[in-house]
Design a protein. Structure first.
Length: 64
């Protein structure tokens, strides 16, 4: 990656934080949440590319 991860869509139930390579998520409520991040990377030919990744997070207070 040539740039840090960008947080595009913030979660509604909790809070999210990004570092250069990681996404951290924390929530105090149960339910389903959506977070979208953008990755910037070098393609196979050396061109600069980016991709959006959607994370659908299921938050429960019981073990699955």
């Amino acid at each position: 990656m040539y740039r840090p991860i960008e947080l595009v869509t913030k979660p509604t139930l909790g809070e999210a934080k990004t570092t250069h390579y990681r996404l951290y998520y924390r929530s105090a409520k149960n339910g389903e949440d959506l977070v979208t991040v953008r990755f910037h990377y070098l393609g196979r030919t050396g061109s600069l590319e980016s991709a959006l990744v959607n994370y659908r997070i299921h938050v429960t207070d019981k073990p699955l």
